[in-house]
Design a protein around this ligand. Structure first.
Ligand code: IVH
Length: 671
């Protein structure tokens, strides 16, 4: 056997075993033997580089090199589904389809396919001649990110198809999911590393798919189910059989997919899966029903955002009833008081719930919670549970209503409630322990200074040990001092020191965000940083000067002025500056700026060929124009690509706003 033949043979064998293992969940080889075949193939490919193939199973491990994502326009826009929440609504939809299709065969309905609605992130795969050529996320429905390298690491997705009866070119859509097991493992790991947890497998799957490091993607254990085939040469005339074909070619198609012939069968399907879905290895948030026959699908057609031939049925959130032990009052970094219901532990959608936020006094009052009440707890798509009601009949005689506190439970200061605000607040900003620790935690957070090694627990520890009393103290930390703390070993100490050092390169806009100025979130911080350019201007701007910056309102301006009127905060800023943090925006090259679009307010809409939307936005700004999201009388013109939204088109027409295309626009700015 020649090297080339052996390589072919090994690739086929490994692909076959991959399929048995990842798609059929029925391994056909031991892990050891699999590794041996893989090693042999790796060696042969290394010795014969001319025989390498990017789709060889050896390339599923991923690389560290994936950089950024290219945007790709979908050949067929990726639509969504309209939702229903009751069996009656689904029945109505079935009747409507029958009616529109002129079916009057009594009880028997046009054939409907029932499927799981997988709760992950949708993906579009393009295959040509049996090989995966591209994988694109949903994006905005019109265009998405090219995530091919990451998708290649998902072992249940076939890179080369089985059999030979697939269309030369086709698109297949499905859902990328993170199975419960992998999700739990990931969150455990993140908890251990003190990284923020993913709220649900959907966010985790979407976040993972967009990671730049495909080796990490590979490690996390994504999976994918497929549910929609698009091609000019489909194998059969109906959805169900097409999906069975896709299964033969190697795609994972859920066994829950079922042909249903009557409303009764549809109803039975819903009742069955409402309960049974809890035993599936992946998260689902409902069911999807589709008219099976493709000709009938064509006849029913599409609404603007969703097909008429399909509908989603969403499962009701799970609910449990449990006893309130007590309400605690917790103080956040801005001094806001949050009432929290501490509950008798109860099992809900697979996790034990012990606590649930009651948000503010108004909500406590609206629910009319009394001591030791029996409370209804619900969990929708999120992991965070919510109190939705009280079982008043079960209330103990003489139970007193839960009273909101008047004084800070930590520092004893009298609470205040600002006019127009729902929240009570502890005004002792600089002397209240949870507020100080909260600001420390915020400062080191991932989207702020991203200081590795200091998580929530360590912030409190450093504060109690008197090592860090305010954010500037992080920059005086010494490894020796850290190592003296019981819970911090030499490795963590080193990580913290390195993290602190690395944070000196964090851009100015994130430094502004990290300061914990009230009402200055991530977006406001970015706008402020761009508006003032450096910390000295931010500290010295008056209320009126601040309000002149785009999107900075009077409330934010007041908060900034007040923040810097406190000498302690100015002193902290000076210490941060001395430590070497970025206190100004980087100098930008303005040599290619013009005022060709001065005073022009421009709305961008549709999909473009020559440049991306972001690039056009930048061109508008560089040439002195202003970007705006919605069309009004003030709009100078709409820069329109393909598929401009119909409502925008109509609005522009009715207001007489000119619509220009990319060519014309590029000419305007002399390109
Ligand atoms: S069909 C044109 N089938 O749900 C119809 N979608 O809410 C295309 N989804 O964007 C969608 N499971 O990401 C379809 N069995 C299933 C699905 C499913 C999950 C997702 C998909 C879609 C979203 C719509």
């Amino acid at each position: 056997m020649s090297a080339s033949e052996r390589i072919d043979h090994l690739r086929q064998e490994l692909n076959r075993h991959n399929h048995s293992y990842y798609v059929e969940n029925a391994p056909t080889i031991s892990d050891y033997d699999y590794d041996m075949l893989m090693k042999e193939l790796e060696k042969l490919e290394k010795d014969n580089p001319e025989l390498d193939d990017p789709l060889s199973p050896t390339h599923r491990v991923g690389s560290d090199l994936t950089k950024g994502f290219k945007q790709v326009v979908h050949v067929h826009p990726m639509l969504s589904l309209s939702n229903t929440y009751t069996i009656d609504e689904v029945d109505e939809w079935v009747c409507k389809c029958n009616e529109l299709l002129g079916n009057s065969e009594g009880l028997r309905s046009v054939p409907i396919v029932g499927e799981m609605k997988f709760d992950g992130t949708s993906i579009s795969l393009i295959y040509e001649y049996g090989r995966l050529v591209r994988a694109v996320t949903r994006g905005d429905g019109e265009k998405g990110d090219d995530v091919t390298e990451n998708v290649k690491t998902i072992k249940s997705i076939p890179l080369m198809l089985h059999g030979g009866d697939y269309p030369e070119k086709f698109e297949i859509r499905g859902e990328i999911v993170l199975p419960w097991k992998a999700f739990d493992r990931l969150n455990e790991e993140r908890a251990f590393n003190e990284e923020p947890l993913f709220a649900n497998p959907r966010n985790a799957a979407a976040g993972t798919l967009k990671m730049l490091n495909s080796a990490e993607v590979s490690r996390r254990g994504l999976d994918a189910y497929f549910y929609y085939l698009i091609s000019d040469e489909l194998p059969t005339d109906n959805h169900y059989d097409n999906m069975l074909k896709a299964k033969e070619w190697g795609f994972k198609v859920s066994d829950s997919m079922t042909l249903l012939h009557s409303i009764e069968e549809v109803d039975h399907y819903i009742n069955y899966w409402d309960e049974e879905r809890k035993n599936l290895p992946v998260a689902t948030d409902g069911l999807v029903f589709k008219v099976n026959n493709l000709r009938q699908q064509l006849n029913l057609g599409f609404r603007s955002k969703s097909p008429r031939w399909a509908i989603a049925y969403k499962f009701a959130a799970e609910r449990a009833l449990t006893r309130l032990n007590f309400v605690s009052f917790e103080i956040g970094r801005m001094g806001i008081v949050t009432p929290v219901a501490n509950l008798e532990p109860v099992l809900l959608s697979g996790t034990i719930v012990k606590r649930a936020s009651l948000h503010n006094e108004d909500i406590v009052k609206a629910l009319d919670i009394h001591e030791h009440d029996m409370l209804y707890v619900e969990k929708g798509g999120e992991i965070i549970p919510k109190i939705t009601g009280v079982d008043v009949a079960a209330r103990e005689k003489d139970a007193k209503p839960v009273e909101f506190i008047e004084y800070c439970p930590d520092c004893g200061t009298k609470l205040i409630r600002l006019p127009g605000e729902a929240a009570w607040q502890c005004p002792n900003k600089y002397g209240c322990r949870p507020q100080i620790i909260g600001r420390l935690e915020h400062f080191v957070g991932r989207n702020m200074m991203d200081i590795d090694g200091v998580g929530e627990e360590n912030c409190a520890l450093l504060y109690e040990a008197d090592l860090v009393r305010n954010i500037a103290d992080f920059y005086n930390l010494k490894a020796d001092d850290l190592e003296k703390l019981e819970r911090i070993g030499p490795r963590t100490a080193q990580r913290i020191i390195e993290g602190v050092e690395a944070s000196k390169q964090v851009p100015f806009e994130r430094v502004v965000y990290a300061l914990s100025i009230p009402f200055v979130g991530e977006t406001v911080a970015r706008k402020l940083a761009r508006g003032v350019h450096d910390i000295d201007r931010l500290m010295s701007r008056s209320h009126d000067e601040l309000v002149a910056i785009e999107d900075i309102g009077p409330r934010i301006a007041d908060a900034i002025v007040e923040y810097f009127s406190y000498p302690g905060n100015r002193e902290i800023v000076e210490r941060l500056r001395a430590a070497g943090l970025q206190m100004a925006m980087p100098e930008i090259d303005t040599s290619d700026h013009t005022d060709l679009l001065k005073d022009k307010v421009i709305v961008i809409s549709g999909v473009f060929e020559r440049h991306s939307r972001e690039e056009y936005k930048e061109m508008i700004e560089k040439n002195g124009g202003k970007n705006s999201g919605s069309i009004s009388k003030k709009t100078s013109f709409v820069l329109a690509g393909d598929n401009m939204g119909p409502s925008k088109l109509e609005k522009a027409k009715s207001l007489g706003v000119p619509i220009i295309d990319e060519e014309e626009f590029l000419k305007m700015i002399g390109k």
